[in-house]
Design a protein around this ligand. Structure first.
Ligand SMILES: Nc1ncnc2c1ncn2[C@@H]1O[C@H](COP(=O)(O)OP(=O)(O)O)[C@@H](O)[C@H]1O
Ligand SMILES: [Mg+2]
Length: 422
């Protein structure tokens, strides 16, 4: 009886705790042993379930917190994308820790306030900064990234041309090596004699005579960084752009020294400065002035050498040609008889030929440039291919010379419009 009482008492308690024991359970007078056990099992199970649910809830709460964070991040991102653009400018001077003078991209100078969260020691004159569009306040300091045009000018893979591929220019090759390679490899020689080695050389001569070829050979042979830029790439549209590129070109070279800068077709920026020119011309002149300043450079350009090439030395500004800038002017002339023989022999050596009398061709090609001599060889090869032969004969070469002569005589005479359409 007592046992029954206790059992029913426990049962009531269980019901009071909210477990879903059958409602009619307390009406049983004498619960069986089994029932009790069953109820205890159910209780334990329910307790487990409750624990699981609590775990699940806390898991979901964490999920919610994470999702909220993510939403916040995405919100921020959207806000960032919607933000007005920042203007890029250059810092000129820092007045105090709140104000600075900046030059915006169009050249106007402003006094503006500084973002207080910027590290003061990063604020050096000349650094690139991002400015607020309205107030021009300095928002951020930008890394001094190289202009992609400038950094792309560094030749990473060396051209596949050695000095052997330059025929008939032995003397010029020698001079170039003396002026460019020697100061880089053994500067002590110059120190002993007490002279400063030449900063740069200028290759001049008619088109197609091997100026670019010679520079490529230098690039192939040297261990120095080789940076190649064509003059026209430096001729820019906006004020200060060309000058900045020249400055970056030289600071890239100094960074990666020993280095050789090759400025091909320098006449694009090095032409004589004339009065009454257009604004585009004036920008090109500013670029030239920057180049002159870099050549003079306050910092010794010991480990940086410059090779420039042009086929219009007559239009170059005198300032470029004065000693101390391009000290050595190396003329690459039209090949003479001996040089023509060497060039022809070089190009023919790669072809399969039959009974070619080189001397005859050499005599016939008076006034040909290296490129034209190469074209002659290619033309002769084409004639042989059209005839379904696998080797080039002397006649093919003679015919090629005749064809090139014809082309040469018409090419120089395009001033008459008829020729343009014939
Ligand atoms: N001295 C030379 N020896 C061998 N090939 C030459 C020589 N000069 C010119 N060539 C041929 O003519 C091509 C054009 O020459 P290049 O150096 O580009 O002329 P440029 O003097 O106008 O820069 C070369 O790729 C090369 O095949
Ligand atoms: Mg060239």
């Amino acid at each position: 009886m007592a046992l029954a009482f206790i059992n029913s008492h426990r049962l009531a308690k269980l019901i009071a705790m909210g477990t879903d024991v059958e409602q009619n359970a307390p009406s049983r007078v004498l619960p069986q042993e089994d029932d009790l056990k069953n109820l205890e099992d159910a209780y334990a199970q329910l307790q487990d379930q409750a624990q699981n649910l609590i775990n699940e809830r806390s898991q979901m709460e964490t999920d919610i917190r994470n999702l909220k964070k993510r939403a916040q991040r995405l919100d921020d991102e959207v806000r960032l994308l919607r933000a007005p653009p920042l203007i890029i400018g250059h810092l000129q001077d820092v007045l105090d820790d709140r104000t600075a003078i900046v030059r915006s991209s169009n050249g106007t100078v402003f006094q503006v306030s500084l973002n207080q969260r910027l590290e003061p020691k990063t604020l050096k004159p000349g650094t690139r900064v991002a400015l607020n569009q309205d107030t021009l306040a300095v928002i951020e300091v930008l890394h001094d990234a190289w202009d992609p045009m400038v950094s792309g000018a560094e030749m990473v893979t060396k051209p596949d041309i050695s000095y052997d591929a330059v025929a008939g220019l032995d003397e010029q090759v020698e001079t170039v090596r003396e002026a460019i390679e020697l100061p880089l490899t053994s500067p002590e020689l110059f120190r002993k004699v007490g002279i400063t080695p030449p900063k740069g050389i200028l290759l001049v001569g008619p088109p197609g005579c091997g100026k670019t070829l010679l520079a490529k050979a230098v690039a192939n042979q040297t261990d120095a960084t080789f940076i190649r830029m064509v003059g026209s790439e430096l001729a820019q549209k906006y004020i200060g752009e060309g000058g900045r590129m020249v400055r970056e070109l030289f600071s890239l070279a100094k960074d990666k020294s020993p280095a050789i800068i090759f400025l091909d077709e320098i006449d694009a920026i090095g032409a004589k400065r004339l009065d009454g020119s257009t604004s585009g011309d004036r920008e090109v002149q500013r670029t030239l002035m920057q180049l002159l300043a870099e050549l003079d450079g306050f910092d010794a350009l010991e480990d940086v050498k410059i090779i420039a090439a042009t086929n219009r030395p007559d239009i170059l500004d005198d300032a470029l040609l004065r000693p101390g800038r391009f000290d050595r002017i190396i003329t690459i002339p039209l090949p003479d008889e001996k040089a023509r023989k060497a060039i022809l022999a070089l190009h023919i050596s790669n072809m399969s030929t039959k009974r070619v009398k080189l001397q005859k061709i050499v005599e016939k090609t008076e006034g040909y440039s290296g490129a034209e001599l190469k074209a002659t060889c290619v033309e002769a090869g084409m004639i042989a291919i059209r005839d379904k032969r696998s080797s080039v004969t002397n006649d093919d070469l003679m015919l090629a010379v005749a064809r090139l002569n014809e082309k040469k005589s018409t090419a120089g005479n395009t001033s008459t419009p008829d020729r343009l359409y014939s």
